[in-house]
Design a protein around this ligand. Structure first.
Ligand code: NAD
Ligand code: LMR
Length: 336
């Protein structure tokens, strides 16, 4: 039995993400899909429940302890609740509204489903993940192995853009490029030198720079194209579902599943300490390739061999990451 919960399920990401979960064979007759939002979840749940796949779908709203009911017995909780960007905004500009939303939802999870795997999509991820962790610490239920910032969209974009450069979109789902650091602008560090499918020979540094920049600012590309109507929703739903499947498959015992995700480096002390040495800074959180298992994080992998250019990208990412992390931590630290 797996109970998966989507918090923010009626939104631009929440609806297609719930659809993907409802239609994936991994989410079987033994699965309950529980949808929570401050609006429209009964409608979304009724709609999805007519799809001829086995997962049972239920929708909850805030009245009558809706959040608690939605979360009771949850094993996987995915959080896309919160406001998206408009052109001209940074992800950090969302902190003012989203920090409080994520904090309140985290209190609900900490008190009702403290053992659940928590997958945080709401931006700014570099700060909202520390918020969830600090809430869990306050409630005495913090397990760094179980809280994940979802950075999969950066990985998905990297695969797609590399496949475009190789002139073969059919390769996109096979190409893997580790993307590390965090999830905003310069904190997004694609390790293109480790692409499973190397860039064309003679690919100039200038072109590597352009491709790196496109991956780092892929979110802005979508925000600009949507022209005030929000940010990535469909590609994010795809990426969120992909990451959730990995967490569920690993929880069910499948071995060797590795995915980049933004985690507290205490999740694997040995790997985390080694990573801190590699990045040259004692950061509490970082997105790195993480091996997943039945209890969540099994191992935080080393970044491996990286180019001088990538090493500079990491150096540039670290100060902003440190600021973002501290902002999330200190939002909870005072008695709130
Ligand atoms: P949206 O506005 O379409 O949907 C957000 C949903 O959250 C709405 O349905 C809203 O009612 C709900 N909500 C608001 N407050 C809530 C609360 N207290 N409890 C439960 N639900 C609540 O926005 P969206 O496009 O779906 O984006 C959601 C978030 O995801 C944004 O913060 C966005 O920046 C982020 N995002 C992250 C990534 C990533 O890669 N991690 C990618 C895309 C978007
Ligand atoms: C993304 O990368 O698309 C998301 O983080 C949304 C955004 O604000 O860019």
């Amino acid at each position: 039995m797996v109970k998966a919960v989507v918090l923010g399920a009626a939104g631009g990401i929440g609806q297609p993400l719930s659809l993907l979960l409802k239609t994936n064979p991994l989410v079987t007759e033994h699965t309950q899909l529980s949808l929570y939002d401050i609006v429209n979840t009964p409608g979304v749940a009724a709609d999805l429940s007519h799809i001829s796949t086995p997962a049972k779908v239920t929708g909850y709203l805030p009245p009558d302890d809706g959040l608690k009911k939605a979360l009771t017995g949850a094993e996987v909780v995915i959080i896309p609740a919160g406001v998206p960007r408009k052109p001209g905004m940074t992800r950090d500009d969302l902190f003012k509204i989203n920090a409080g939303i994520v904090r309140d939802l985290a209190v609900g999870i900490a008190t009702t489903a403290p053992k659940a795997f928590v997958l945080v999509i709401s931006n700014p991820v570099n700060s909202t993940v520390p918020i969830v962790a600090e809430v869990f610490k306050k409630h005495g239920v913090f397990d760094p192995k179980r809280i994940f910032g979802v950075t999969t969209l950066d990985v998905v974009r990297a695969s797609t853009f590399v496949s475009e450069i190789l002139g073969d979109l059919s390769l996109a789902s096979k190409i893997t490029v580790p993307v590390v650091g965090g999830h905003s602008g310069v904190t997004i560090v694609p390790l293109l030198s480790q692409s499973s499918h190397p860039l064309p020979s003679g690919f100039a540094q200038e072109e590597v720079d352009k491709l790196t920049n496109r991956i780092q600012f892929g979110g802005d590309e979508v925000v600009k194209a949507k022209d005030g109507a929000g940010s990535a929703t469909l590609s994010m739903a795809y990426a969120g579902a992909e990451f959730a499947y990995k967490v569920i498959r690993a929880a069910k015992g499948e071995k060797g599943i590795v995915a980049p995700t933004f985690v507290n480096l205490a999740a694997d002390k040995e790997g985390g300490d080694a990573l801190k040495k590699e990045i040259g800074r004692d950061l509490e959180y970082f997105s790195a390739p993480v091996e997943l298992g039945p209890e969540g994080v099994v191992k935080i992998n080393s970044l491996g061999k990286i180019s001088e250019y990538e090493s500079t990208l990491i150096k540039n990412a670290v100060p902003e990451l440190a600021t973002n992390i501290e902002k999330g931590v200190s939002f909870i630290e005072p008695s709130k």
